[in-house]
Ligand binder design. Sequence first.
Ligand code: CAA
Ligand code: FAD
Length: 379
Amino acid sequence: MDFEYTQEQLAVREAARDFASTQLLPGVIERDIAATFPKELILQMGEMGFLGMMSSPEYGGGGMDTISYVLAMEEISKIDASAAVIMSVNNSLVCWGLEKYGNDQQKQQYLIPLASGKSLGAFALSEPEAGSDATSQKTTATHMGDHYLLNGTKNWITNGNTADIYLVIAQTDSTKGHHGISVFIVEKGWPGFEIGKKEDKMGIRASDTHSLMFSDVKIPKENRIGDLGFGFKFAMETLNGGRIGIAAQALGLASGAFERSLQYARERYTFGKPISEHQAIQFKLADMDMEIEIARLICMKAAKTKDMGKDYSKLSAMAKLYASKVAMETTTEAVQIHGGYGYVREYHVERMMRDAKITQIYEGTSEIQKIVISRSLLR
Ligand code: CAA
Ligand code: FAD
């Protein structure tokens, strides 16, 4: 495995780092407090190519590899994990799935605006009673000849109110289990499509999370992606890549909190010396750095394996499981190293600790990642 990044990958990392520190950092605390979606900043990210990084240039994307995507996600997440999840959903759950499995008409109509950042996408799999147990879909899409009628409720949808285009997973034949689930492209504003209230969250508060309600929403049959019954496989394949994005988000939260802790430990004096000279603090820093390094290696291995066209489902689950654990532990230790200052907003690490928790829940909880890993071992 090559441990050197290419010039192109380094340039992407630099651009993301620069954007995060100059544009995202000012206002990140206020957006967290007020739960304000960073609309203008997301538009800027689209213009810079961060919303369709891996999509082909033919469809408005950046044509970059997954390593570049992980590097950019890490840098954005170091500063603003809310902006990072908005970016991750559009890149890996929406653009990737559309490019891989959509037909040319769907790509022309939907992928080009999504990958070029002119539109924003959402991915709607979860329901009130179908989160981890994703095959228990209750939302139905009934075939009516030249269209489908969509009915049901989706829960917890990231970019729920800010998206323009939604990939919606629904039952088309409940007698066929997960082979009776299909996936559709739905546009905001179609009659019968309502957006529920915004969730008031512990973390990633500047990303908007909503339920979606569908009541006889008419979807043209041309908006089904892939074959009838392909929707569950589509969701699983898409999530394999999405989990690399969330692993990178977790990595960024961990490395951002670590960098702040390292600096703070040098500046804060107790008992006549910087706290970095107390061995208890040194050992925390050593553990944090080592765990981040391991998390980065596994994220990069998953990304590289995807770029090589090999099966990366187990590695992406491992990357998300490990990096999210490291994010939670590292951000918690970062608060500890900051003492009382860590408990107030001004020092950022309390937000990072709240933001880190979600990385162990969405795109499959940690328990579900263990199911994915163990099934891959035992099948
Ligand atoms: N990659 C490819 N295919 C997969 C797969 C994977 N990782 N996991 C399962 N499959 C396939 C299986 O091969 C099987 O296909 P066949 O029958 O054709 O062989 C099919 O899916 C069903 O698999 P299982 O029998 O294992 O299904 P299950 O019901 O026992 O459980 C599960 C599957 C892995 C637990 C799945 O339900 C799951 O991943 N749940 C978590 C859902 C999730 O991650 N939701 C995230 C929502 S999006 C989100 O959260 C976005 C965000 O926050 C920003
Ligand atoms: P449950 O499935 O009810 O799980 C509850 C607990 O039981 C968990 O600890 C879980 O690990 C455990 N558990 C469940 N089954 C098992 C098992 N078989 N073995 C062991 N333990 C098990 N979904 C989307 O589709 N699109 C989105 O954009 C999206 N964004 C989200 C954003 C946020 C902020 C949040 C909170 C969620 C989002 N989700 C999204 C939904 C997310 O993917 C689900 O919340 C997650 O998959 C867990 O489902 P659940 O909440 O129903 O928990």
